[in-house]
Write a protein that binds this ligand. Sequence first.
Ligand SMILES: *[C@@H]1O[C@H](CO)[C@@H](O)[C@H](O)[C@H]1NC(C)=O
Ligand SMILES: *[C@@H]1O[C@H](CO)[C@@H](O)[C@H](O)[C@H]1NC(C)=O
Ligand SMILES: *[C@@H]1O[C@H](CO)[C@@H](O)[C@H](O)[C@H]1NC(C)=O
Ligand SMILES: *[C@@H]1O[C@H](CO)[C@@H](O)[C@H](O)[C@H]1NC(C)=O
Ligand SMILES: *[C@@H]1O[C@H](CO)[C@@H](O)[C@H](O)[C@H]1NC(C)=O
Ligand SMILES: *[C@@H]1O[C@H](CO)[C@@H](O)[C@H](O)[C@H]1NC(C)=O
Ligand SMILES: *[C@@H]1O[C@H](CO)[C@@H](O)[C@H](O)[C@H]1NC(C)=O
Ligand SMILES: *[C@@H]1O[C@H](CO)[C@@H](O)[C@H](O)[C@H]1NC(C)=O
Ligand SMILES: *[C@@H]1O[C@H](CO)[C@@H](O)[C@H](O)[C@H]1NC(C)=O
Ligand SMILES: *[C@@H]1O[C@H](CO)[C@@H](O)[C@H](O)[C@H]1NC(C)=O
Ligand SMILES: *[C@@H]1O[C@H](CO)[C@@H](O)[C@H](O)[C@H]1NC(C)=O
Ligand SMILES: *[C@@H]1O[C@H](CO)[C@@H](O)[C@H](O)[C@H]1NC(C)=O
Ligand SMILES: [Cu+2]
Length: 577
Amino acid sequence: METFPILFIAFLSIGCCILSNNIVNATHFGITRHYKFDIKLQNVTRLCHTKSIVTVNGQFPGPRIVAREGDRLIIKVVNHVQNNISIHWHGIRQLRSGWADGPAYITQCPIQTGQTYVYNFTIVGQRGTLWWHAHISWLRSTLYGPIIILPKRGVPYPFPHPYKEVPLIFGEWWNADPEAVIAQALQTGGGPNVSDAYTINGLPGPLYNCSAKDTFKLNVKPGKTYLLRLINAALNDELFFSIANHTLTIVDVDAVYVKPFEADTIIITPGQTTNVLLKTKTNHPNANFLMMARPYVTGNGTFDNSTVAGILEYHYPKPSPSIKKLPLFKPELPALRDTSFVTNFTNKLKSLANSQFPANVPKHVDKNFFFTVGLGTNPCPKNQTCQGPSNTTMFAAAVNNISFVMPSKALLQAHFLHQSQNVYTTDFPSSPLIPFNYTGTPPNNTMVIDGTKVVVLPYNTSVELVLQDTSILGAESHPLHLHGFNFYVVGQGFGNFDPKKDPAKYNLVDPVERNTIGVPAGGWVAIRFLADNPGVWFMHCHLEVHTSWGLKMAWIVEDGKLPNQKLPPPPSDLPKC
Ligand SMILES: *[C@@H]1O[C@H](CO)[C@@H](O)[C@H](O)[C@H]1NC(C)=O
Ligand SMILES: *[C@@H]1O[C@H](CO)[C@@H](O)[C@H](O)[C@H]1NC(C)=O
Ligand SMILES: *[C@@H]1O[C@H](CO)[C@@H](O)[C@H](O)[C@H]1NC(C)=O
Ligand SMILES: *[C@@H]1O[C@H](CO)[C@@H](O)[C@H](O)[C@H]1NC(C)=O
Ligand SMILES: *[C@@H]1O[C@H](CO)[C@@H](O)[C@H](O)[C@H]1NC(C)=O
Ligand SMILES: *[C@@H]1O[C@H](CO)[C@@H](O)[C@H](O)[C@H]1NC(C)=O
Ligand SMILES: *[C@@H]1O[C@H](CO)[C@@H](O)[C@H](O)[C@H]1NC(C)=O
Ligand SMILES: *[C@@H]1O[C@H](CO)[C@@H](O)[C@H](O)[C@H]1NC(C)=O
Ligand SMILES: *[C@@H]1O[C@H](CO)[C@@H](O)[C@H](O)[C@H]1NC(C)=O
Ligand SMILES: *[C@@H]1O[C@H](CO)[C@@H](O)[C@H](O)[C@H]1NC(C)=O
Ligand SMILES: *[C@@H]1O[C@H](CO)[C@@H](O)[C@H](O)[C@H]1NC(C)=O
Ligand SMILES: *[C@@H]1O[C@H](CO)[C@@H](O)[C@H](O)[C@H]1NC(C)=O
Ligand SMILES: [Cu+2]
């Protein structure tokens, strides 16, 4: 069996996370890789605050999963903590393995204290970077880690082979317990307390008080190409990222290759991944360079306006100059609300669309959907004073004004066993019940409808979905994530989607293919996908606060007629509730 020489040391503050480079030769096809995830508490100190956090195997961030396209992963998760747990393999297509997808109460009941569940799935037709994270409440704030998918053995990257590969995973750190933060917000109806820091590989870096020793350092040699695997695991913030005096070449997003292009800064929403090539300077620069990330902001709410920094250090031959005495350069990041930068960047993302990596964009559409996404309100309980937009309302969020209520039984079991009664209804509206000027003056009534509603799709339905932001309580960008599929982003724009004019402008040739897309603030995005994967598939905003408020729904894709078009029965250890 092939093993990867991966060095992973939890809490290592320097130079962690370099992947071996000589692992892409010889022959290989589809082997099984076993991992064990022990969910347990670990004391961790950041920003001079020590707290006990929920981790996988005591590591923060969690362990990396490294596999090749075609491999099977068997991951045994054992829950040793008091919280209910479930783990999602974000972006993995889970073809006919929906029981392993992970969102709590959607595809499985949570793994309760003392219980074990084995996630079992294969990686089909994907190569790049994905990630795993807890998919229940806000536990993903500390339960997350990279999934590195190498091409099949002997298959090269469609770009120069990098000298080293390094995952960079952005996170969000609270000095308080994030579970208490979201519980308090849901109780008061107000916005949750914002985080205290952003992190790179768990480390906030030198721009925070009491944090300089917790700085991610990337030690590089001159004249080499490094592949950085960027993952935004932050809970509530889209991020700009840049490295001083270095240009990045974007080559892959959400585990799909893209036409390479260069940029000094990238934008990455929660849920997205981006592989970039970093070419180091030919000669020793006699300088150090900060890499920094800070938020792109669109909404009206408060946010964590801080900056995480790591350091790019060149490796000097001995006798080396004192690293500390070298000048330190800082990158220029776009302004917090620089939407034009974001639009410009996202417009450059295109599929390779060649014979080896075709863009299989659905050319015809069987079913059109138009979903508004945005905020709204629920009434404050009668005996309470709330902290929502007014003291009589609580914040809510919705898709087509339906704010999703988590069921107490998992949807997938209910669907599979034909026991949907009292769990979900199939009347999710395919367009808004009451049309309005979505990006104009909002309607007076901002109340949402609470319910557990789904859309049912026959097997192999070709779907077009337009996601339209609303200005209710302020226009805001929403990174929508679809489980179980990649989709093609065929169009986007600002204002209200115009079904007469906008489809004519669609890109059906080389649109980017991905699993998470930022719906532009005050705008829309059109995506297409083929519903070729039977199961129940969650779709939600990847800003965790919006998900908590109900910006989520599910698609049920029915079985097809052929045996290989049906969802197999659940594994025997599937958790119960
Ligand atoms: C964390 O620290 C507390 C207080 O010092 C201690 O009681 C506890 O055993 C520690 N937990 C772990 C998992 O090390
Ligand atoms: C994983 O799933 C495959 C295909 O269903 C099955 O053959 C295999 O036995 C499973 N392995 C484990 C450890 O559950
Ligand atoms: C949120 O912030 C407020 C104001 O600083 C504080 O009183 C409250 O305890 C915080 N809530 C949590 C759960 O930390
Ligand atoms: C880095 O960029 C700054 C600003 O563009 C420039 O002044 C400086 O000379 C550069 N430094 C190096 C070492 O490339
Ligand atoms: C965010 O911080 C930057 C400097 O770090 C400051 O210029 C800006 O005014 C702050 N913005 C907000 C909205 O707090
Ligand atoms: C958009 O990108 C192009 C090409 O890189 C550049 O020339 C232009 O200045 C960019 N515009 C904005 C608003 O960033
Ligand atoms: C409000 O009333 C409900 C039901 O009567 C009760 O369960 C809840 O604890 C009360 N909340 C407050 C804040 O008093
Ligand atoms: C709620 O807000 C209204 C008007 O904004 C105000 O008159 C009222 O006193 C507030 N109630 C409480 C309990 O704060
Ligand atoms: C919607 O509102 C916007 C902003 O107020 C306005 O420019 C636009 O004309 C309105 N559209 C329609 C169809 O009323
Ligand atoms: C909505 O509110 C505006 C002013 O706040 C008012 O003029 C209008 O009549 C209201 N519309 C409805 C349908 O209540
Ligand atoms: C949100 O902010 C925009 C400007 O940034 C403002 O026009 C709008 O009134 C605000 N909406 C709410 C609900 O606060
Ligand atoms: C854990 O999940 C079970 C099954 O849904 C539920 O009954 C229980 O209340 C949950 N426990 C906690 C601590 O959330
Ligand atoms: Cu959102």
